[in-house]
Design a protein around this ligand. Structure first.
Ligand code: ADP
Ligand code: CIR
Length: 352
């Protein structure tokens, strides 16, 4: 165990050009302090750093082995979290989704010409199971069963069906992925962290009839709750997600949380609110301007391609999403994104 951490650390050090947050935070002192520690889920330092040491082009480079890793390996993980989320102290507020009956926003694109679709997602982890590096096949299947039993209690607009990946045809999987609903196993960073062990066992997707509410089971996180629809009605999308979170939090599931860090996720880049709001938006003019990145940075939003992280834009349509997930409440994150999207639309109009 200690040798494995040392072996991985050597790999990391060998790449003198490595710029990941891991390479900044993993000092020889921290390796020495943490290499022999183990969480109650049997998670080790090696489990946390494997992906970043084997992939020195990582941006972050760390995954938590399990919920307790955020305590056991805090000297390393806290440093990475502060760096990634640009905060000096870890004092994430209590969850606050706002008063959903009194939201002061609705459709961000009443013309229907600019925003193609809107999506809001959160990640949740069961507090009694480890993350991919340490979880066994049996435990993953057990966790899937508990999740599916809770999902079966959803009703109204959230009522849907669970579709396990095991037994799902390749064609169905490809179609659901191309339509932006389903995940796949093509992320080498996640793979190196153990994210695809025993694939596809224990993985699946739940969705309602019109695919406006979806749950990913055992993709990167134990759970991802997703609300999405065509157009720019952020209010409808957000309110649906909040209803789902409230229903699932009272359905017998218990989610991992820690004071000051909020909800815990596999990747430290996602913890806190875990909220990611995105719009697919047609902004050919703004995107072509040299100031595009600076414009987004100022608003705490980011642009990427429409097939998710590490992909390119197609036909001038960009995926714009919020950047900050830690150190602010859910409703503050939504409002920050709303203002950002409004500014993006106004700027595109100015340039037209
Ligand atoms: P996450 O961080 O939630 O995993 P990604 O950016 O990796 O999100 O995207 C996951 C999937 O969701 C991809 O297929 C992506 O195209 C899709 N997606 C993200 N935002 C939107 C949106 N606003 N409309 C439609 N699909 C979206
Ligand atoms: C990296 O460090 O670049 C990868 N491990 C991805 C980090 C952030 N993305 C994610 O969690 N999806």
């Amino acid at each position: 165990m200690e040798q494995e951490a040392e072996r991985l650390y050597e790999l990391l050090k060998k790449d003198t050009n490595c710029k990941s947050l891991l390479s900044k935070a993993l000092t020889p002192e921290r390796v020495k302090e943490l290499k022999a520690k183990k969480t109650k889920f049997n998670g080790t330092l090696a489990d946390c750093i494997r992906s970043g040491c084997e992939n020195t082009d990582s941006g972050v480079g760390v995954y938590a082995s399990d919920p307790e890793a955020y305590t056991t390996f805090a000297p390393l993980l806290d440093a990475v979290i502060k760096d990634y989320h640009k905060v000096d102290t870890l004092n994430h507020p209590n969850p606050d989704f706002g008063d959903v009956d009194k939201l002061d926003f609705g459709d961000l694109d009443p013309s229907g010409n600019v925003i193609v679709s809107t999506r809001v997602r959160v990640g949740r982890s069961h507090d009694s199971y480890g993350f991919p590096p340490v979880i066994s096949k049996e435990d993953r299947v057990d966790m899937e069963k508990k999740t599916v039993a809770a999902l079966a209690k959803l009703d109204g607009e959230l009522k849907g069906t669970y579709h396990p990946l095991t037994g799902m045809s390749k064609e169905t999987q490809t179609q659901l992925t191309e339509d932006h609903f389903l995940f796949n196993n093509s992320d080498r960073f996640l793979e190196a962290a153990g994210g695809y062990k025993d694939w596809p066992t224990g993985r699946g997707i739940y969705f309602n009839n019109n695919k406006t509410f979806l749950v990913w089971v055992n993709e990167e996180d134990h759970l991802r709750f997703i609300s999405m629809q065509k157009g720019g009605n952020l209010k409808e999308v957000y309110v649906r997600l909040v209803k789902a979170i409230r229903a699932l939090e009272t359905s017998g599931l218990s989610f991992a949380k820690r004071d000051g860090l909020g909800y815990l996720t596999f990747c430290p880049s996602n913890l806190g609110t875990t909220l990611c709001v995105s719009v697919h938006i047609k902004i050919p003019k703004l995107a072509a301007s040299p100031d595009f990145k600076a414009f987004c940075d100022k608003l705490n939003i980011q642009a990427r391609g429409i097939h998710g992280e590490h992909t390119e834009s197609v036909g001038g349509v960009y995926d714009i999403s919020n950047k900050r997930r830690l150190g602010l409440t859910e409703i503050q994150a939504i409002q920050e994104m709303r203002k950002g999207v409004e500014a993006v639309i106004a700027e595109e109009k100015k340039l037209a």
